[in-house]
Design a protein around this ligand. Structure first.
Ligand code: PMP
Length: 350
């Protein structure tokens, strides 16, 4: 720490991303990336865009918003493209929370939510999950807070139905409600349709998981134009060229190939369900994940120990030290071959 750091950041505990090791080749099942490569059209679009990198990119990302609007079933001014969905979450915390408006979210959820609240000095209301790790929508009514819920939730993969989300929207008419749909394409219902009915709903999306673009950093906010205008003002006051030219081009091409990506998501979902069944037969217990990861524990091995033993065998999964979930590991669903390697290592360890 330098002598110059603002005291605002004295208690800041930065988000710690999952490992991205370079020293050894792992079967990498720790950060929920897609095991499938970007489509040929995306590679071609990036190559073409690279030829014009001497010029600034379009700060309004118009073509990308148009492509997104078609697939999401809204108008272009209902969409804000961002540098990974972490960025839209940051913008939402800045735009919709302050000293008078705390943020509420499930106590076990995406680890970035508390980090953003602390970064901006926002009061946190962390709402416990039920004993089975589910989110109970009744805990989120009339909170007078900005509400943030990941659906499916992370790291459990469990979902809320649209009627439950609608209940939350109806009972927080004067608060912004952010539904983080990072994993929606693997088996949950999207709330984007509800943006037409509820002016307090912001849906966030990412191309990091479903669209094989984690390294390109591309996410979206979707909501009514007034909400999007607020977020765009924050964007233009921090980083107007937030989505670079190659990523904008990649995004347009990926929307054009949406079928390819949806097929990949369906393949991941099938691999998930097959792997879950095999792990169950080996004695594992876990949540009913509708995401691209499994959240499991084994009665005979502490979570941290299983993580370490898998790592020794070249398999990387994600373990969280938070006491309420320390028995568990979050295992990204990779290709069938990667999951076979995981199961083989697990059998050996058991
Ligand atoms: N939301 C959730 C629930 C996540 O798990 C992640 C991935 N770490 C993100 C948002 C952010 O993803 P990205 O910034 O890569 O779009």
């Amino acid at each position: 720490m330098s002598r110059f750091r603002s005291s605002r950041f004295d208690r800041l505990a930065a988000y710690v991303p999952g490992e991205q090791p370079r020293e050894r080749k792992y079967v990498k099942l720790n950060t929920n990336e897609s095991p499938y490569p970007p489509s040929g059209a995306v590679l071609e679009a990036v190559r073409t865009a690279a030829g014009s990198l001497n010029l600034y990119c379009d700060p309004t990302a118009l073509k990308l918003r148009q492509a997104a609007a078609k697939v999401f079933g809204v108008e272009p001014d209902w969409v804000l493209p961002v540098n990974g969905s972490d960025e839209i979450l940051n913008f939402a915390f800045m735009a919709f929370c302050d000293g008078d408006t705390p943020v509420a979210y499930p106590e076990t959820s995406y680890g970035f939510y508390p980090v953003l609240a602390d970064l901006h000095g926002i009061e946190k209301r962390e709402i416990p999950l039920k004993g089975d790790f589910s989110v109970d929508c009744r805990d989120y009514l009339d909170l007078h807070c900005t509400v943030v819920i990941a659906n499916p939730n992370a790291p459990t993969g469990m979902t809320l139905g649209l009627s439950e989300i609608e209940e939350i929207l109806k009972n927080n008419r004067d608060s912004a409600v952010v539904i983080d749909e990072a994993y929606v394409d693997f088996g949950a219902e999207s709330a984007i349709g509800l943006t037409k009915k509820y002016d307090n709903l912001l849906v966030t999306r990412t191309f990091s998981k479903s669209h094989s673009l984690a390294g390109a950093r591309l996410g979206f906010g979707v909501g009514r134009p007034e909400l999007i205008a607020d977020l765009t003002a924050v964007k233009d006051s921090t980083n107007p060229y937030n989505v670079n030219a190659m990523t904008q081009a990649a995004g347009v091409a990926a929307f054009g190939d949406n079928g390819y990506y949806m097929d990949n998501c369906a393949a991941v979902a099938r691999t998930r369900d097959r792997t879950a069944e095999k792990l169950r037969r080996l004695g594992f217990e876990g949540t009913d994940s509708k995401s691209n990861f499994l959240f499991v524990r084994h009665p005979r091995i502490p979570g941290g120990e299983l993580y370490a033993k898998l790592r020794e065998r070249g398999i990387l999964v994600r373990h969280f030290s938070k006491p309420s979930i320390a028995d568990y590991n979050r295992i990204t669903v990779g290709s069938p071959e990667q999951m076979e390697a995981l199961l083989e290592a697990v059998r050996e360890i058991l």
